[in-house]
Design a protein around this ligand. Structure first.
Ligand SMILES: Nc1ncnc2c1ncn2[C@@H]1O[C@H](COP(=O)(O)OP(=O)(O)O)[C@@H](O)[C@H]1O
Ligand SMILES: [Mg+2]
Length: 354
């Protein structure tokens, strides 16, 4: 049997570089090498491309690994290059396990489209919208899904007429969440309890993106997430709950990756009718953006039963503690099988505009 050539593309120039490396590390550990021939391809933080030998030993790396000089010296096949390598373009299928801007946002998907290479996950437009929080909310609302009220503005709006921007935000009820429009891993996000802290939060968000989203906080709500796997059949995983430790104000970067900041309860303690509703809403969210392959859909569940959509992640984390693989494991699809299904689905997709 000839094996399928799979390029695992990881790292990237976004602030989620390390998370991508962690995801790649677990995929490289678990992927079925009886079926797939692997070429790991890294993108360094400065945007250089590196073709690695398989396997890469990440064990000498810090808890959050990265494509640094040491990893390149030990495991790279060639010198880093400014251009995408032939191994990427000649792969049968690419698994772009990149999170955040310039990876999860349609840019790499566009590159792969131009080279007619199959790849795991959503196409150009769905990736791009999924990364853009205000546009995601707009499409969710259009599809009849519940989202918190929001305002959005650009750096230019802020510089040219700050009072106009602040006036618009004054329509929203506190607490507010101020976010870079196209961020991830909670980087640049602030919870704002009072007006006096608003400007600082906006300036923080503007450090990460020239588009800012300000939205109403959904208070006293449970955070529920589930996975969608769009393989031979569309399957929604069991929902899981994130219980953030009270010393964190919300599910911030520290809580996500660095400390024992949150407990993931898989599956979440929910009634069967809640599970059914979450599953239906997750599918609706997936379809409303035109996602493909996979996504993780994140909700807020209020005590009165209302389910708000928070966001959709078109390339969710694949670290050992990540929600997406864990919710599918709890749904009977193990990590190895999940990767196989995603790759098989990507290979079987008809070519066309995406
Ligand atoms: N409107 C909101 N109401 C309550 N909590 C929120 C709200 N928006 C964000 N949060 C908190 O901030 C975290 C990160 O926000 P999110 O929009 O999911 O950003 P990221 O894409 O970086 O994960 C959420 O998991 C949640 O804990
Ligand atoms: Mg999130």
């Amino acid at each position: 049997m000839t094996k399928t050539n799979v390029a695992i593309l990881f790292g990237g120039i976004s602030n989620e570089h390390e998370i991508s490396c962690l995801s790649a590390k677990s995929i490289l550990q678990e992927i079925d090498r009886t079926k797939f021939e692997i070429t790991p391809i890294g993108i360094t933080k400065s945007g250089e491309w590196v073709v690695f030998k398989d396997p890469i030993d990440f064990s000498t790396q810090a808890k959050l690994p990265q494509i640094d000089r040491e990893l390149i010296e030990k495991f790279a096949k060639d010198k880093p290059s400014q251009n995408p390598p032939l191994e990427l373009i000649q792969a049968d299928v690419v698994f772009p396990i990149l999170h955040g801007a310039w990876g999860e946002d349609g840019t790499v998907q566009g590159l792969l489209e131009l080279h007619k290479v199959a790849y795991v996950g959503s196409g150009v437009l769905a990736s791009s919208i999924g990364m853009h929080k205000p546009l995601t909310k707009l499409l969710f609302r259009q599809a009849g899904l519940l989202v918190s009220n929001w305002k959005t503005f650009t750096q230019k709006d802020w510089e040219q007429d700050r009072s106009q921007v602040l006036n618009e935000i004054a329509d929203l009820n506190y607490p507010l969440f101020v976010k870079p429009a196209r961020g991830g891993s909670s980087v640049g996000i602030s919870k704002v309890e009072r007006e006096a802290d608003l400007i600082g939060a906006i300036e923080e968000a503007l450090k990460h993106d020239a588009i800012v989203l300000v939205e109403e906080g959904i208070t006293q709500a449970r955070e529920i997430e589930c996975g969608v796997l769009d393989g031979a059949r569309r399957i929604v995983s069991v929902p899981a709950e994130i219980k953030v430790n009270p010393q964190h104000e919300f599910y911030d970067y520290q809580a996500k990756y660095l400390e024992e900041g949150a407990e993931l309860v898989v599956p979440a303690d929910l009634t069967s009718s809640q599970v059914k509703e979450i599953s239906e809403l997750a599918l609706l969210a997936f379809k409303s953006l035109g996602c493909e392959g996979l996504a993780r859909v994140d909700f807020f569940l209020r005590a009165n039963g209302e389910l708000f959509l928070n966001e959709i992640n078109t390339m969710p984390g694949f670290t050992p503690i990540s929600m997406y693989p864990r919710t599918f494991a709890a749904s009977g699809i193990g990590f190895k099988e999940l990767i196989t299904q995603l790759l098989v689905e990507a290979l079987s997709r008809k070519r066309g505009l995406r």
